[in-house]
Every structure is written in C-alpha cells, then in structure tokens.
Design a protein around this ligand. Structure first.
Ligand code: PMP
Length: 287
C-alpha cells in the first residue's frame, strides 16, 4: 500500500508530494517538528504535542498554518487513510519557500509556511523486545545549540551521536554538558536510586518531553519520589536503574552506561512498572 501523506492542504501518495528546493527547512533547517505516537489507532497526548508545537513556532516567530482543531483532523485522517494501529505521525512546519536564499526571514504575509505530515507504521511498537532487555548507552559531549527547548529540525548532531553509539556497539548516547547529563540524542534521561527518580530540571538545555511530563505525573501519583536535578555520568553508573522516555520509545530501561552494567544488567523494578502505567494510561486517554 502506498503511503498517503499531507502537504500544504493536500492528501497525496508519498511519491507525488513535493516541497520546493528553496524551502528554508531544506536550506537552513528553519523548521520545527513533532512526533505523536499512535496506539490502538488513536493519538497519544495529542494536546501536549499541539501545545509544544505552538510554543516552538512562537519562539521562532513562525506562523501556524493550521489551527489545533485542523491539526487534529489531519492527524486522524492520516491514521485512517493509512490504516495505522501502532506507529507514529511525523509533523514538520518550516518558514516556507521564498523566491531565493537569504538569511533574513521572509515576510510571512508573502511566504506561507510549509506543513508536511506523514505516518510511520510500527506494528508491535508497544510490545518492543528492547523494553524487555533494556538498552545500552554511551556518553558523549553535548555540543548542540542553546535553545534545545525548541523542537527544531536541526538534528545533525543527534544523528552523529546515534552513529557514535552504533559504532561503539550500543543503542544510544547520553549527552553531557559541564559534567552533567542533559538528555539522550532523542529522549529524556533518568536514573533511579531506591524509590527516587532523578532527572534534569526543565530549562533551555533540554527538550521539554511530552512523555517526560506524563511519566513524572504518573510516578508521583504512584507515590514515587521525583527529584528534578542535574546528575553526572558517574552517579548514573552507580544508580540502581536508568531509563529514557520519548513519544516513540515510551519508557525504555537503560541497563548499561559507558560499559558499566547497572544492577544485574537487566531492567529493574521501577522502569518496567512506569512503562506499564504509561502505556495503560496513554491508551485510555488517547484520542
Ligand atoms: N529530548 C530530545 C532531544 C528529543 O529529540 C526528544 C524526542 N523528540 C525527547 C527529548 C522526548 O520528547 P517527547 O517525549 O516529547 O517525545
């Protein structure tokens, strides 16, 4: 089945969808994105993603080409047209395609933004084998720009980080700045000590994960202690457990950091429990 995608108001077969070579997303990574997961054919935390998208756009003085209600309708229509039960919807909005390449932003009244959405079908996403074994990470220096709270499409360094991890024979990389872990290449990072979950506090240093917000809320509701503070790789290596969160991995246990095994090298008690709660609650609240 050919995938149907959405481009600037049209639903088209993927091989007929086109964007200009002058698009600032292509030339300058002048764009923002969101990834929303689909469970049981429904959208997980759509509202959270829509609110963060609005914030990313406004921080960059970029116009929203559609309303939140229209955005929900487009997401739902793509799920329907592509028969998605489990997977993701990728959304990208760029500052559009002016007539030529120029560093200065074009006038939004003259150059409309570009909006693209497509589905990624991932049957078995919730029942991931990696969640049973846990993943391994290495640490690398965080050399990204200073506004990581804006979800831009500037993903070259995170991609390089993934390749460094791959080359080292592990699954992902945790980024370290001034001695403290910021986040994973495409996820938020946590350690667990006893019944306490430790994760970096929100700031411009990290992306404000939609999954992070939900997981911390569920953890508190389950009487787990949450401490939002910086931690080092040394402290992480000594932790009882570690895990990551993101819209596409949900809650994923981490069992090895820079070659140091955590506990007995298998997922502990807290991360798998949080994954269970998160999946259960997300299915219930999905729209
Ligand atoms: N941090 C970074 C750098 C990310 O790229 C992502 C996922 N896009 C996250 C955290 C997790 O965010 P969310 O839970 O909203 O997917």
């Amino acid at each position: 089945m050919t995938r149907t995608v959405y481009v600037n108001g049209d639903y088209l077969p993927e091989d007929q969808a086109k964007v200009s070579i002058f698009d600032r997303g292509f030339l300058m990574a002048d764009g923002v994105y969101e990834v929303t997961s689909v469970l049981g054919g429904k959208l997980v935390d759509f509202d959270g993603h829509a609110v963060r998208l609005e914030r990313s756009l406004s921080e960059l003085d970029m116009a929203a080409p559609v309303t939140k209600a229209e955005l929900l309708e487009i997401h739902r229509e793509l799920v329907r047209l592509n028969g998605i039960d489990e997977g993701m919807i990728y959304l990208q909005i760029t500052r559009g395609a002016p007539a030529d390449r120029d560093f200065a932003f074009p006038d939004p009244a003259e150059v409309p933004s570009t909006i693209v959405l497509f589905t990624q079908n991932k049957p078995g996403l919730a029942d991931s084998p990696a969640a049973r074994t846990g993943i391994k990470v290495i640490s690398i220096e965080d050399i990204r720009w200073g506004r990581r709270d804006i979800k831009t499409v500037q993903l070259l360094y995170p991609s390089m980080g993934k390749m460094m991890a791959k080359k080292a024979g592990v699954d992902d990389a945790w980024l370290v700045e001034d001695g403290f872990v910021t986040e994973g290449t495409s996820n938020n990072a946590y350690i667990v000590k006893g019944n306490k979950i430790i994760t970096r506090a929100l700031s411009t240093d990290i992306l404000h994960g939609i999954t992070r917000a939900a997981v911390l809320r569920f953890a508190r509701e389950a009487q787990m202690e949450v401490e939002e503070r910086n931690f080092t790789i040394e402290e992480a290596k000594e932790a009882d457990e570690a895990f990551i969160t993101s819209a596409s991995t949900f809650v994923m246990p981490v069992v090895e950091i820079d070659g140091a095994q955590l506990g007995d090298g298998t997922p502990g008690r807290v991360a798998p429990r949080l994954r269970e709660i998160y999946l259960e609650e997300s299915r219930k609240a999905a729209v």
